[in-house]
Design a protein around this ligand. Sequence first.
Ligand code: FMN
Length: 306
Amino acid sequence: MDNLADLSVSLGRIHLKNPVLVASGTFGYGEEYQDLVEAAQLGGIITKAVTLEPREGNPPPRLAETPAGLLNSIGLENPGIEVFLKEKLPKLRKLKTRIIVNIAGEKKTEYLDLAERLGRETGIDALEVNISCPNVQKGGLVFGTRADLAFSLVKGLRQATDLPLIVKLTPNVTDVTEIAQAAKEGGAEALSLINTILGMAIDVNTRRPKIGAITGGLSGPAIRPVAVRMVHQTFQKVDLPLIGMGGIACAEDALEFVLAGATAVAVGTANLVDPTVSLKIIEGLRQYLKKGGIHSFQSLIGTLRV
Ligand SMILES: Cc1cc2nc3c(=O)[nH]c(=O)nc-3n(C[C@H](O)[C@H](O)[C@H](O)COP(=O)(O)O)c2cc1C
């Protein structure tokens, strides 16, 4: 039976050997984890965000722990596209797994420029378009909170590159399905949800915010019910494969997303606690299939009973 269990899934044109990815910003560009996790065992790696110009990110402190969660305000710190192409991509190309490059910008032209340049490279399986980062002063989030802007950005990207486009949605909206639908109409091939929830924590002794930028993005188990709800709602309304994320730390957490309608999942904050957690989740999914006598993982997607 073990050999029969098929964990492979398809996200549009992207075929994954198993449905477990590592989420953007929590696995660097792969190299940071190379001694700990064999990349070939993962469904894929979603890189930390790449922007056109190098970014220094936000002032410290950038991380604060909260009950069952983590507030971060990294502010998209990254070396920029030039260094990414020269130093990071050649190493990513050697990994025997799917490589999804997360791109971010403040203006539409920046996203288009990034997509054009990345589209000329080999070894990239898809772009994850981050229209959902709560930790940048301008741009970023605005594309993720207005359906008209999301549509226009994705449509522009669709013309700028042939690479599959995965649009990453923000939970900081009233109705996530509106933005999801707009991204689909613009040409998205899959959707990632969710990015972090805008939050804040205060040290009452110093009366200062615990995060240098005052607010930060909340991640970890605290946000999982919100993320599962948004995957469920989007699955009901929008016909696109979904990558579910938000607080996944074990196979059971991952399965919640799959039953709600996710085709694949991404593990974020949990990597910071245990870098090998994704491998344990893959094994846990295999065991779940085996125990249930289920031959194909794909057959589980969206099978929530209500
Ligand atoms: C330290 C940190 C850095 C992150 N950086 C990015 C990023 O560069 N681009 C992005 O789209 N999401 C980024 N995220 C969001 C995660 O990819 C993920 O969507 C979110 O944290 C929810 O999943 P989790 O609860 O499993 O962490 C970051 C999250 C954390 C905790």
